[in-house]
Design a protein around this ligand. Structure first.
Ligand SMILES: C[S@@+](CC[C@H](N)C(=O)[O-])C[C@H]1O[C@@H](n2cnc3c(N)ncnc32)[C@H](O)[C@@H]1O
Length: 357
């Protein structure tokens, strides 16, 4: 069975690329952010449509899901409300994660055989998620969902996400973890160690994305005093920020850290290129990780292009595309789970036919 897909909230194409890597034919990605168009289309054989999902019609989607193939609507609605994005005709509510309602409206209208949804793990606790799940169940979908530890599936990152899979064809679930044992985890070392050495503020002439942000002289002293896996508590007192000296700041140790070589990295965020924004210091070099390193920790291939040739990457824009992405490897796992499900459906149909014959 061939699978044709549309990716809602497609970003730079992390999910699309993962699905495509395992043979799913992703025809179109939709996103409101025009910065996604170049990476999405350059790296994937799919059309990018810049549109607000809240006003997207089922006809637009169905036009890309023609033929007798099994249809998949995949998507990763953003976890923050985007006030400027909610100017559509339909009011999807002002609550956090309201865009999920737009997602379920599309599923209701198109009725694809398969649905996949990925989101922040906390979403599970919210009413909007329960509503999303119930809508699918009421439409006749078999629904599976759980929190997934990405490093158990070969992502060199301790990212926890909520994954939902739904099918009109029968029960569906995610495949078993591929990297459950600690000694099989992918690490920072085996992902980025081979890249060119950089100083803070430097760029690799061979790859515009392998560029590290500038550090102030104080932050340079701070990173030199930082230990892999450590915190600002390792620094001499003179370097500790005033806010961390206060009682209220003392518990906040998740910033200004260096990664460990032989462990998965922390979760890549939209600001993962900044030393002060999390544990985003390079394990050995005195700088934050480069945009390319962040993309590789998100399991984008080393040659994934985020900006047109000859242009200079804007840290904020490219950081947003990278940090927001579904790790490509997680996209592959979602795709493999869907393929396994379809194989089970088709062999159960064969068995039934044989019995009837
Ligand atoms: C979490 S990211 C998705 C990442 C993507 N799935 C990937 O793997 O690269 C969410 C995306 O939703 C987009 N977005 C937010 N509001 C939207 C809307 N109303 N319509 C379409 N896209 C929207 C954002 O621009 C962002 O790229």
């Amino acid at each position: 069975m061939k699978i044709k897909a549309v990716d809602l909230f497609c970003g730079a194409g992390g999910l699309t690329r993962g699905l495509a890597n395992v043979g799913i034919d992703v025809r179109m990605g939709i996103d409101i952010d025009s910065a996604c168009k170049y990476p999405y289309e350059f790296n994937n054989d799919a059309t990018f449509l810049k549109e607000d999902v809240t006003t997207l019609t089922s006809e637009t989607i169905s036009a890309y899901l023609t033929g007798n193939d099994v249809r998949l609507i995949a998507g990763c609605a953003p976890c923050q409300p985007f006030s400027s994005y909610t100017r559509g005709k339909i009011d999807y509510g002002k609550e956090k994660w309201g865009l999920l309602n737009a997602f379920s409206r599309i599923v209701k209208d198109v009725r694809p055989e398969l649905v996949s949804m990925e989101n922040v793990a906390q979403l599970k606790k919210h009413a909007v998620f329960q509503k999303f799940k119930k809508t699918l169940e009421d439409l006749g979908y078999h629904v599976w969902f759980d929190q997934v530890n990405c490093h158990h599936y070969g992502v060199p990152q301790t990212r926890r996400r909520l994954v939902l899979l739904a099918s009109l064809l029968g029960p569906i679930e995610i495949i078993k973890p591929t990297h459950l044992e600690k000694n099989s985890w992918q690490t920072v070392r085996n992902t980025i160690e081979g890249l060119a050495h950089l100083y803070a503020g430097d760029k690799d002439p061979k790859d515009p994305l392998h560029v590290a942000s500038v550090l102030s002289s104080t932050n340079l002293k701070r990173i030199k005093a930082s230990k892999p896996g450590g915190t600002w508590r390792d620094w001499p007192k003179s370097l500790v920020a005033r806010c961390h000296k206060k009682k209220s700041g003392k518990t906040y140790s998740g910033v200004y850290g260096r990664m460990r070589w032989d462990a998965p990295s922390p979760t890549m965020t939209t600001q993962c290129y900044g030393f002060g924004n999390g544990r985003f210091g390079h394990p050995k070099q005195d700088r934050a990780i480069s945009l390319r390193e962040a993309a590789m920790l998100q399991t984008f291939p080393k040659d994934y292009q985020f900006i047109p040739p000859g242009s200079k990457p804007n840290f904020k824009t490219v950081g947003r595309l990278i940090g927001n992405a579904v790790p490509v490897r997680l996209g592959e796992i979602i795709g493999l789970s869907i393929i396994k499900h379809l194989e089970a459906v088709s062999s159960s149909k064969d068995r039934k036919k044989k019995r009837a014959a």
